[in-house]
Design a protein around this ligand. Structure first.
Ligand code: 13P
Ligand code: SF4
Length: 305
C-alpha cells in the first residue's frame, strides 16, 4: 500500500485537488515548481476571467492577495485559498478606500479607474477596474473627460500619453518594477544589439521610453513566441523567465536586473500549496456589501474585454 506522505509533493497535490474539486490558478511570476502544478498560468486579466468561469468548488490562487480577492469578488460561492496569507502587493496597499473617498471629493467630475492591483474596498469606490492589458481600452470607454487613475502612477502615465482624457494619477508604484532603470536597458541594448526589448507598463516612464513593446506579463509571453523575436530583453519580474524558456526552447531571454524580484510572489511554494489544500486555508473573503460594489467595477471591465 502506498503511504500518501511518501508520494512526491506534486502527486499529493494533484490527488487532493481532485478530492476537493479544486483548480490551481497561477500567476506568471510564480516559482517554476508552482507553475508546473497549475491548471492555468496567466496574467491578472486571464486569471480573473478563469476565476469568473470555473465550475470548481475551490480555487487555490497562487499569486498575491488582490488576485485571490478578485476571484472571491467574482465567485463568492467558491472557496478561494491563498497559500500564504503574507503574500500581499505593496502597490495595492498604497491607497486606502478612505484616501480614495477624500480624493473623489476634490475631483467630483472625474471617473475612477482602479488598476486591479488594489484592495476590494478601493475597487468598491471605483467606477471601473482595469489590468495592464486593457487599461487604455477601459480609460477610452469612459464618457467622462476626466479620470482619476489609482494606484499605479507609472501605468497611469503610460496610458495618459495615449489618450485625450485628463488623467489624475495617484502616486503609487510597484517597488519591484521601480528597481528597473534606463541604464539597465541601455547597457543590454549595447551588449545584445539584435535583441528586442519588452517591458511591463509598471516600469518607470524612462524605462518604457526605451522599449520596443510595453505589455502585460502574458502579452510578453505571446510576443516572445513570434517568429521574428529570437532574443528578448525582459523588463519585468524574473519569475516570467521560467515560462518564457519552457515555451520557447532555443530562444534567448535576458533579464534586466537580478533585483527585479517580487518577494511576495515568491512566498508561495509547493509545500504551501499542499498545506492550503489539506487545511483549506487561508480562505479569502470579502464582506458582501463591499463585494457587490467591487464586483460592479470588475464586471464593467470584463464586459469590455
Ligand atoms: P499582469 O496583469 O501583467 O500579469 O501584472 C500583474 C502584476 O502584478 C505585475 O506586477
Ligand atoms: Fe505588486 Fe509589483 Fe509584486 Fe506585481 S510585482 S504583485 S505590482 S509588488
Amino acid at each position: 500500500m502506498t503511504i500518501l506522505k511518501d508520494l512526491p509533493l506534486e502527486e499529493r497535490i494533484l490527488r487532493l485537488k481532485k478530492e476537493r474539486n479544486a483548480v490551481i490558478l497561477v500567476h506568471n511570476y510564480q516559482l517554476g515548481e508552482v507553475q508546473d502544478v497549475a491548471d492555468f498560468v496567466g496574467d491578472s486579466l486571464e486569471l480573473s476571467q478563469k476565476a469568473a468561469k470555473t465550475e470548481a468548488d475551490v480555487i487555490v490562487f497562487c499569486g498575491v492577495h488582490f488576485m485571490a480577492e478578485t476571484a472571491a469578488i467574482l465567485s463568492p460561492q467558491m472557496t478561494v485559498l491563498l497559500p500564504d496569507r503574507h503574500a500581499g502587493c505593496p502597490m495595492a496597499n498604497m491607497i486606502t478606500a478612505e484616501q480614495l473617498r477624500r480624493k473623489k471629493k476634490e475631483l467630483p467630475d472625474a471617473a475612477v479607474v482602479c488598476y486591479v492591483n488594489s484592495t476590494a474596498s478601493v475597487k468598491a469606490e471605483s467606477d471601473v477596474c482595469c489590468t495592464s492589458s486593457n487599461a487604455l481600452k477601459v480609460v477610452n470607454s469612459i464618457e467622462n473627460d476626466e479620470i482619476l487613475f489609482v494606484p499605479d502612477q507609472y501605468l497611469g502615465s503610460y496610458i495618459a500619453g495615449q489618450t485625450d482624457k485628463k488623467m489624475h494619477l495617484w502616486p503609487g508604484y510597484c517597488p519591484t518594477h521601480a528597481r528597473i532603470h534606463p541604464t539597465h536597458i541601455l547597457r543590454l541594448r549595447e551588449e545584445y544589439p539584435n535583441a528586442k526589448v519588452a517591458v511591463h507598463p509598471e516600469c518607470r516612464p524612462e524605462v518604457i521610453a526605451l522599449a520596443d513593446e510595453v505589455l502585460s506579463t502574458s502579452g510578453i509571453i505571446r510576443y516572445a513566441g513570434r517568429e521574428d523575436v529570437k532574443e528578448l530583453i525582459v523588463g519585468t519580474e524574473l519569475g516570467i523567465i521560467y515560462r518564457l524558456k519552457k515555451e520557447n526552447p532555443g530562444k534567448k531571454f535576458i533579464t534586466v536586473t537580478e533585483q527585479a524580484v517580487c518577494p511576495n510572489m515568491k512566498l508561495i511554494t509547493l509545500e504551501k500549496v499542499l498545506w492550503s489544500l489539506e487545511e483549506m486555508r487561508m480562505a479569502v473573503k470579502v464582506p458582501e456589501a463591499t463585494r457587490l460594489k467591487a464586483k460592479a467595477a470588475v464586471d464593467r471591465m470584463l464586459t469590455l474585454v
